[in-house]
Design a protein around this ligand. Structure first.
Ligand code: AMP
Ligand code: MG
Length: 327
């Protein structure tokens, strides 16, 4: 795999224009990007990742003009765009005919966002069009937050990665469905908090799969229970449980909330201060590292319960779901 740098922006744009796939950094995770208007190029993304065709891709844009070529905006979307773009929020909107149905997995909507990352924005600007880009990992494995993770996961299947160092947000974007007037539905928790979105929208977000009166509401295709897992069995525990084999223990802070002051051998902190941003920023990198170290199991100790931790809980519960024992 060829590693490109910030000096290669024009070259990356040229490759994308020719229908190549290039991994590039965003503020959330590394994306596996292709020209979103080019169905052949987009098809390569599904092939490289081994991603099922029913799982739609998020489309990344560098300006509003390109957003409008991809989707029909509405007043609520415009408010959210004004407040949060560029940033880690994906808006699901009715798609235009220029977006191939492969991108949207046959849906008549498309997820759009503008990444808050200098290199991603430079590539989008040089290209002058939209990029379909899911996370640059094999389907179902942990998302990559460093170029090295992309190389580790996709070498032999992918030719180019643009190296932008560590992604600072570290978990995938918050996804909100605003495709129908009156709908403001959280499809995936992420770095942007529900309260921040509600404050700007001036309305409450709906969550989950059922509304108050029990009606089924939109769900997000591809948000499967099992997702984002390491290869090493991972368990969520209230306090350390396993005493046989080599077990890595992952903590969210030191000293408080029942966490040890100084961690034992094979103990790791996502943050020493129980800091949400730091935990999100370190989450995938630490799990990738533990996966390389050959542990028999990973115990994630005392997963925080506050609502602001929704994205971290969501990703870790999905990781653990792969290893749940069925009675
Ligand atoms: P990622 O794996 O981070 O690329 O996330 C893509 C996810 O965004 C998909 O798995 C879907 O859950 C969600 N998504 C993308 N497009 C749509 C859409 N049109 N409607 C609902 N959810 C979408
Ligand atoms: Mg993904």
């Amino acid at each position: 795999m060829e590693v490109l740098t910030s000096r290669d922006i024009e070259r990356v744009a040229g490759l994308l224009r020719c229908g190549e796939v290039v991994a590039l950094p965003t503020e959330t995770v590394y994306g596996l990007a292709a020209d979103a208007f080019n169905a052949l190029a987009v098809g390569k993304i599904f092939e490289i990742k081994g991603r099922p065709a029913h799982n739609p891709l998020i489309v990344h844009v560098g300006c509003i003009r390109v957003a409008e070529a991809c989707a029909f905006l509405n007043p609520l979307a415009e408010k959210l765009i004004e407040a949060f773009w560029p940033g880690p929020i994906t808006l699901v909107l009715p798609k235009t005919r220029r977006i191939p149905s492969l991108v949207s997995a046959g849906l008549d909507t498309v997820g759009l966002r503008m990444p808050r990352h200098e290199l991603a924005l430079a590539v989008l600007d040089a290209l002058g069009g939209p990029l379909a880009a899911p996370s640059a990992n094999p389907s179902n494995y942990l998302s990559p937050t460093e170029a090295g993770h992309v190389i580790q996961g996709l070498s032999g299947r992918l030719s180019y990665v643009l190296d932008g160092g560590r992604c600072h947000a570290g978990v995938e974007s918050t996804i909100v469905d605003v495709s129908v007037p009156g709908r403001f539905h959280l499809l995936r928790p992420g770095p942007l908090q529900a309260e921040e979105l509600e404050a700007v929208a001036g309305m409450k977000l709906s969550f989950g799969r059922h509304s108050e009166n029990g009606e089924a509401v939109v769900s997000s295709p591809g948000q499967l229970k099992v997702h984002y897992s390491p290869r090493t069995p991972l368990f969520l525990v209230a306090s350390p449980e396993r005493d046989s084999g080599r077990v890595a223990r992952v903590y969210f802070g030191a000293g408080a909330n029942g966490h040890p002051d100084s961690v034992e051998a094979d103990g790791y902190y996502l943050s020493r201060r129980h800091d949400l941003r730091e935990v999100e920023g370190n989450l995938y990198a630490l799990l990738q590292e533990l996966d390389q170290r050959g542990y028999d199991a990973i115990e994630v100790v005392a997963l925080p319960q506050g609502h602001q931790w929704a994205a971290v809980r969501d990703r870790l519960s999905r990781a653990a779901a792969a290893f749940e024992r069925h009675a």
